[in-house]
Design a protein around this ligand. Sequence first.
Ligand code: COA
Ligand code: AMP
Length: 637
Amino acid sequence: MTYRDIYEGWKADPEAFWMQAATAIDWTRPPSRAFTDTGPAGEWFADAMGNTCWNAVDRHVEAGHGDRLAIIHDSPISGSVHKLTYAQLQARVASLAGALRARGIAPGDTVIIYMPMVPEALEAMLACARLGAIHSVVFGGFAAHELAVRIDDARPKAIIAASCGLEPGRVVHYKPLLDRAIDEARHKPDFCVIFQREQEVAALIPGRDLDWHGFQAGVAPADCVPVAGNHPAYVLYTSGTTGQPKGVVRHTAGHMVALAWSMRHIYDIGAGDVFWAASDVGWVVGHSYICYGPLLAGATTIVFEGKPVGTPDAGTFWRVIAEHGVSSFFTAPTAIRAVRRDDPEGALICDHDISGLKALFLAGERADPDTVAWAAEKLGVPVIDHWWQTETGWAIAANPLGVELLPQKKGSPSVAMPGYDVQVLDETGEPVPPGTLGAIAIRLPLPPGTLPTLWNAEDRFRKAYLSHFPGFYETGDAGYVDEDGYLYIMARTDDVINVAGHRLSTGAMEEVLAAHPAVAECAVIGVSDPLKGQAPLGLLCLKKGVETPHEQIIAEVVRMVRDQIGPVAAFKSACIVERLPKTRSGKILRATMCKIADGEEVKTPATIDDPVILDEVGAALRRIGLGRREEADNPQA
Ligand code: COA
Ligand code: AMP
């Protein structure tokens, strides 16, 4: 079967296509139908009963593959490698689930997981899945306030955390962050489970905190609890346009079916293969392709606690691929740019035998053709850009290696996957001709595995995704499609920026800056960055009469963003401007300022209130070394 056969087959009969895909999963009650028109955007396999942990762990043991490796934890930061077989994973997860159940965790309860890249993070996710509890993993690079916001929204009965995370050269003290977050949050969990790492033993709060090992002692292990197909498997918060993150809900059955399909058809991974997604469990890539996808496929997944460079060098990726026999590798373009910057000739690749590698997959941000070409040349394998979002949970567009490698086109993540009818629309919702830029939308219904709603926020779900283009899901990305159906993803249409493959809200940063006593008004924009793709930049208008030195104000706002959102925001620079450019209706012209900062040609927007402000902003940006290209290209400017 070719890609075209498969895609057309899905289009001709989506119901039959997904019912067939569902046979890859063990059900306690198989679905009687694939799609039901319930909820705001429909649901998949709603009447099936099954359990994700059973499918990801137990069934492989039952089938006689208990000795196969499930997880390899490779931590160049702590200098250790640990391996867990499926049988060992099953025993550990059942024991943890038993202890959680003994403390009252039942199907439908929410549990927040705040852990670094250790196997115990996956065990915690799987233990929740085993009980039908809904987990919400919070990325370790967020500060206490962001954790508190998520605690108040998810209202967890329990929080499972580690004592610390490890970043190069520093220990991230998770426990004080957790304590501060619980203090700040209005909602309080019944209890916390703390996994003590040898790098830091945290003080436990009596009556609230339980030791990971201690609380499991003497408790009976738990079996898998079957749940309905539309039972939420997890909630994962992602950045929207405001400081309040969106809780993306993932339903159990569609999640399993879509991931199982994608492992085979997109990543070409089956039982016994070794798959590595170098991301973090706190992001959607970590959920889909560090934890659930590879385990559903019966493959071995790598949990990597390190960085592409500096742990210890730009050869780390190649060492891990060679040492553990990785056949498909997934990372963000930023990581490859970092490797290339340190090892431009790819000399360190030659130190390792990476002949088992079949392909490199890139996602999370736009893959610039230069980086793709470099990796393809140095690695000698296809480099496959694919496009998706936290909301979709798996690729919207990809080159389906497991079906056939389609001809690759520069700058394109290739073609729509089955289930996705992708359209490029103009402002009025009409499809635009090939080659014309527009808003990218997906005709409803979305396929299995994608979000059915937002946690406790159905109205927001409708407003954010379904209302702009009736009958479609609005992706928030702009781009175009060519004559052959290849997609090109060019930019976001909202105020979300992408820094080192991390999705961040400029609105959230603006809320922090606006709280500085000297700041009257502010805007945050994403300026082009050669390593991270984009970097946030704050533009601050000060209150009248403020005499504090500008450098001091800038240092203070940088500190505030780090303290309140977290180091992952990578907010390092700001500049003071007299006024911000706005439309006559008062909307700040962020996109125009972005273009000025990036040195692009700027057409003064027709709706601008006072065009002179653009010159003022241009001058302020030039003073901090931005927008230079425009000046050089146009000496008159
Ligand atoms: N816990 C605590 N802090 C974290 C963290 C975590 N899990 N992850 C990142 N941080 C911190 C970093 O230590 C850094 O802190 P610093 O300001 O004190 O240096 C800050 O957050 C910014 O991190 P990052 O943007 O990742 O920059 P970096 O300079 O540490 O590393 C790269 C640059 C390119 C090596 C790194 O961004 C990278 O590996 N990117 C790939 C991203 C990726 O996999 N994304 C997932 C989508 S697929
Ligand atoms: P996240 O939800 O964090 O996965 O971020 C999703 C967003 O990242 C998308 O909406 C895009 O803006 C961007 N993105 C992800 N993958 C790609 C890609 N392959 N090409 C271009 N942009 C991408």
